[in-house]
Design a protein around this ligand. Structure first.
Ligand code: B12
Ligand code: SF4
Ligand code: SF4
Length: 392
């Protein structure tokens, strides 16, 4: 029986990975001990909020061999998702339009990446019959950043995301756990230097220290993971972001050169093209299910969708149509969480109505500019127009 040339196999794996649509493929060993204390500290501070899955399977999260016995190496992959014509600033500066994180405008990435990882594994198996493997994307107890860093995909930026010198951070990660002793790649070197842009732009001060995100404060967590009432302290800062948040990546200098994804599945759905908050708020539950079929957005469910939209409607510039829509929704609603949010949004609109009628500023106006967005959001818009003109 011929023995496997693992170096040659590793070269093939990288080439096959690229032909399957991954922009980068790296190989890491399974020792993630460098990250253990940071993970334990993060959980002990409660930064995971309601994501109680972090309290379970800690051993498995820290040790890939505890998750999949027999694992010797992890193949880490990167798939870019930045869609064409991202219109970041354009959407963020219009308070009546809905801002959806750019990773979620197309099809759900989980299935796409897992399927390609499986195809990659099947190719490897054709050349190496003893291969056993498990593909992972996002949902399992896997420290994806730590693995990507070890595999040379990119370093962990101060916003805690994996960042590549040439590709920026607009990409998903995925992993193939394997039982074969492939040669490993050099880890990526930290390259943020003295930059702190992501920390200072974060609208809710969620990046509490370099590399540490308190999820409870993060708009991505609040709009996607958090169940129930969103604390009032974060609502104004959420602006028109109804699903996820991209701000910390928008100001990152390494995203200036990021490539546009050629993956058709990640392109913006027509229904999310330049869409107003009011038109999304008018969707019934069945409209929501129909328009979000195959999208990651569907996972949050209709009630959270309505909750997030109502906050954005409260933050929008005064509009009689918005007030009517919110009052109509309140009249037929029987969910206490939504009642609280719709009422808050109505109060915000009424406060702006008074100010609009009297043509004067009141306490609610202090933080808003003439477009009805917060000063922090206006600053972000200026930075994006300057730093990312192609995607602005
Ligand atoms: C939970 C989760 C979230 C949570 C918590 C985020 C967080 N920072 O932990 C919330 C809901 C907030 C979230 C938001 C987002 N997420 Co998310 N999320 C995850 C998930 C499932 C787990 C992350 C995790 O393990 N967190 C636990 C903490 C402790 O880990 P950590 O922040 O990475 O911290 C590590 C390092 O910073 C390091 N560290 C920290 N301090 C120190 C100090 C020293 C000395 C050392 C050595 C190390 C070190 O050690 C820690 C442990 O490894 C991963 C998928 C996965 N399984 O990994 C996706 C993932 C990280 N998310 C992703 C994305 C795209 C996002 C968003 C951009 C989505 C959006 N646009 O709204 C935002 C970005 C927000 C942000 N700045 O992080 C992508 C990121 C891709 C990339 N380029 O990195 C991932 C990898 C999913 C995927 N498969 O593609 N996410
Ligand atoms: S995603 Fe938004 S809220 Fe979360 S850390 Fe980044 S900038 Fe802050
Ligand atoms: S904005 Fe600056 S500090 Fe933050 S991840 Fe990018 S380079 Fe690092």
């Amino acid at each position: 029986m011929q023995s496997t040339d693992y170096q040659q196999l590793a070269n093939h794996i990288k080439a096959w990975g690229k032909s399957l649509g991954f922009q980068q493929v790296g190989i890491a060993d399974v020792d993630l001990s460098k990250h253990h204390s940071a993970l334990l500290d993060w959980i002990s501070k409660g930064y995971h909020g309601q994501m109680s899955f972090f309290e379970r399977n800690i051993e498995k999260r820290m040790d890939p061999q505890a998750l999949v016995p027999g694992t010797l190496r992890i193949i880490s992959v990167r798939m870019d998702y930045l869609p064409e014509d991202a219109k970041f600033a354009n959407t963020l500066e219009q308070s009546d339009k809905a801002y959806i994180s750019r990773y979620a405008l197309g099809r759900d990435y989980h299935k796409i990446i897992r399927k390609r990882l499986k195809q990659l594994a099947e190719k490897i198996q054709q050349h190496c019959a003893e291969l056993a493997y498990r593909p992972f994307v996002d949902s399992a107890p896997v420290l994806e950043h730590a693995i990507a860093e070890k595999a040379g995909i990119g370093w962990t930026g101060k916003h805690s995301l994996t960042l590549n010198e040439h590709a920026g951070s607009w990409f998903f990660l995925g992993e193939l756990f394997v039982n074969i002793p492939l040669p490993v790649d050099n880890p990526a070197k930290e390259n943020c230097g003295t930059c702190q842009a992501c920390i200072s732009i974060c609208p809710t001060k969620a990046i509490v220290a370099p590399y540490k995100v308190d999820a409870r404060r993060c708009i991505s967590y609040l709009t996607i993971e958090h169940e129930g009432v969103i604390p009032t302290e974060f609502r104004q800062a959420m602006g028109n972001r109804i699903y996820g948040c991209d701000d910390c990546q928008l100001v990152c200098p390494f995203n200036r050169e990021a490539s546009i994804s050629d993956e058709k599945d990640f392109a913006r759905r027509e229904v999310f093209e330049d869409v107003s908050l009011l038109s999304l708020f008018s969707w019934t539950e069945s409209d929501f299910l129909k328009h979000t079929e195959g999208s990651a957005i569907r996972r949050i469910g209709y009630a959270k969708w309505q909750r997030n939209l109502s906050i954005a409607l409260g933050n929008a510039s005064y509009s009689p149509d918005i007030l009517v829509a919110l009052n109509d929704a309140l009249a037929v609603n029987d969910d206490p969480c939504l009642t609280e949010h719709f009422s808050w949004a109505i109060d915000q609109q009424l406060a702006k109505q008074v100010q609009w009628q009297k043509h004067r500023k009141d306490e609610h106006a202090i933080e808003l500019n003439e477009l009805g967005i917060t000063r922090q959001q206006a600053r972000l818009v200026r930075l994006v127009k300057k730093g990312l003109p192609r995607d602005a």
